[in-house]
Every structure is written in structure tokens, then in C-alpha cells.
Design a binder for this molecule. Structure first.
Ligand code: SAM
Length: 217
């Protein structure tokens, strides 16, 4: 299969055609070999317009969702980013192309280890993967210019808001187990500006500031 052409088509027909405009996002998604982030037997579907299973009951998000969330973060090359929900590490790689430093937290040890290996093999040196509960953020490295949560939360975790730099952006799906709304929260002084974006469906954020346990949602 010609993965390079598949990637170009994904950018043209799934991303640009649906309104993704940021050149840095489009460039990163055309560059990164998404098929290397999915199990071998699913590689031929890696550039299609839907999520795919990555094992442990988790998914790699649909390309459009990765693109819109990344665009909303408005990343600059000097930014420090926190990602909650490493999964396959694909979104992590996109962030690492656009920002200076990325810390990514994954609660499932096996996924965190696989993502770490994959990203090291691809040559990334500006990523730190942590295994743990990212619903409360990662205080040792606060504050962050941008925080992205790639799992659905019943509400916006207070700890994540508090770990934003002034002007920092938090992008997070919030709502029930079967449907969420993508929120963008911007820290402005003591206030937080909230923008509502598209509807979405994510696996649950499980943790002390998300869903308390599997099955609660
Ligand atoms: N961004 C990923 C990618 O590109 O493959 C997709 C992430 S998947 C939709 C959501 C991930 O969030 C899962 O791997 C899940 O284990 C993880 N997760 C759920 N709750 C979490 C938590 N409290 N802290 C860290 N990771 C969590």
C-alpha cells in the first residue's frame, strides 16, 4: 500500500475539506506515518476517517479529531504542552512537531511503554511519557502553555485549569459517556474563557478528576 499517497488524501479530503486550515497542523499530519501507530493488521485502515483499536480497550482517535484539537491549541514552537491520554502516541508526535516540549500521561502501563518505544524509534527527543492518572495533570512540570485531554471527562478537572500558564489553552471533551462536546478553555488572569466546539465521542477519562472507575459512566 502507498502510505504516502494515503496520507496526502487524508489531508486533502478529510482535513482541508472539513475546514482545517492551520498550515503547521496540516504539515505535521502529512509528515507523520500514522500507520506505524496502529497494530500491523490494521495498517491499511490507518488513513481512513474513523478511530481504530490499539488494544487494551483503547483507540487511536479519528484523524479529523486529532487535527481539530491540535488546531484549537494554537501551538507555538516555544510552547510546553501536557497531553492526557497518550494511547498510541500519534497525537503526541503531532504535538512534538509543533511545540518545544511535550509531557504525555497514560494510565495503562502497556500502552505507555509501547508509545515510548515507538516515539524513540521515530527519533523524538522532546517528549516525556509518564504512566499515571493525568486527570489531575502533572504538577512537577507545571505550568503549561497548552493542555490536551484525549479522553472524555464528566467535567473540566480543576487541577488542569490551575496548571495553565497565563493565556494557556486547555482542549478537552466534556459530557456523558456516549457523547461529549469539545471545549476550549483559555486562562485570562483569574478568569477562564470557555468556547464550545464540535460534538465528539471519546473513551472515558478514568481518574480522580474524571470518571472514578470503569463502569461508573
Ligand atoms: N491520543 C491517543 C492517540 O493518538 O492514540 C488516543 C487516546 S485514547 C482515545 C484515550 C487514552 O486515554 C487511552 O489510552 C486511555 O487509557 C487514556 N486515559 C484514560 N484516562 C486517563 C487518565 N486519567 N490519565 C491518563 N490517561 C488516561
Amino acid at each position: 500500500m502507498d502510505f504516502t499517497s494515503a496520507r496526502k488524501s487524508m489531508v486533502e479530503y478529510q482535513l482541508k475539506a472539513r475546514g482545517i486550515q492551520a498550515p503547521n497542523v496540516l504539515h505535521a499530519m502529512e509528515k507523520i506515518p500514522r500507520h506505524l501507530f496502529v497494530p500491523e493488521e490494521l495498517q491499511e485502515y490507518a488513513y481512513e476517517d474513523h478511530p481504530l483499536s490499539i488494544g487494551c480497550g483503547q483507540t487511536i482517535s479519528q484523524p479529523y479529531m486529532v487535527a481539530i484539537m491540535t488546531e484549537l491549541l494554537e501551538l507555538k514552537p516555544s510552547d510546553k504542552v501536557l497531553e492526557v491520554g497518550t494511547g498510541s502516541g500519534y497525537q503526541t508526535a503531532i504535538l512534538a512537531e509543533l511545540a518545544q516540549y511535550v509531557i504525555s500521561i497514560e494510565r495503562i502501563h502497556e500502552l505507555a511503554e509501547e508509545a515510548k518505544k515507538r516515539l524513540t524509534n521515530l527519533g523524538y527527543t522532546n517528549i516525556k511519557i509518564i504512566c499515571g492518572d493525568g486527570s489531575k495533570g502533572y504538577p512537577p512540570e507545571k505550568y503549561y502553555d497548552a493542555i490536551i485531554v484525549t479522553a472524555g471527562s464528566p467535567e473540566v478537572p480543576e487541577s488542569l485549569k490551575k496548571q495553565l500558564n497565563e493565556g494557556g489553552r486547555l482542549v478537552i471533551p466534556v459530557g456523558g459517556a456516549n457523547l461529549q462536546v469539545l471545549l476550549k478553555i483559555i486562562k485570562q488572569g483569574n478568569d477562564y474563557l470557555i468556547e464550545k466546539h464540535t460534538s465528539c465521542i471519546f473513551v472515558p477519562l478514568i481518574g480522580s478528576e474524571g470518571w472514578r472507575k470503569i463502569g461508573e459512566n
